[in-house]
Design a protein around this ligand. Sequence first.
Ligand code: DQA
Length: 137
Amino acid sequence: MKIIIINGPNLNLLGKREPEIYGNKTFDDFYQELKLKYNTFDLDYYQSNIEGELIDKLQEVGFSYDGIILNAAAYTHTSVGIADAVKAITTPVIEVHISNTFAREEFRHHSFLSPNVKGIIIGFGMKSYELALQSFI
Ligand code: DQA
């Protein structure tokens, strides 16, 4: 099963960025562990800080992969373009967030993506990605 994790802006700073919210682990370390633990999946990873690049990647994988685990980070709350891309593709998308966005500022309570995704996993730290992966089993 071919699955990709797509991370949006500032998630390349995981491990350094606001560790009290996002933890101390880099995404690369977490991703290597995940790949080993779930080695029956054909797992890919992509990160970009640029909205259009995230849309390009969704279009590229969105008609052939079996699943997309998407943390669009801040673009979750702002991007009609990414929401339209999620709607346009046929591969199911799981929206994930590391932090519990509903326990944070009000502007994080709304997601443009949520109406177009298959499911949402929020607030379990890095484990949110693992739970999303398990949903494909
Ligand atoms: C986030 C939550 C967003 O509100 C924030 O902009 C992020 C990360 C999360 O995973 O908790 O960058 O998507």
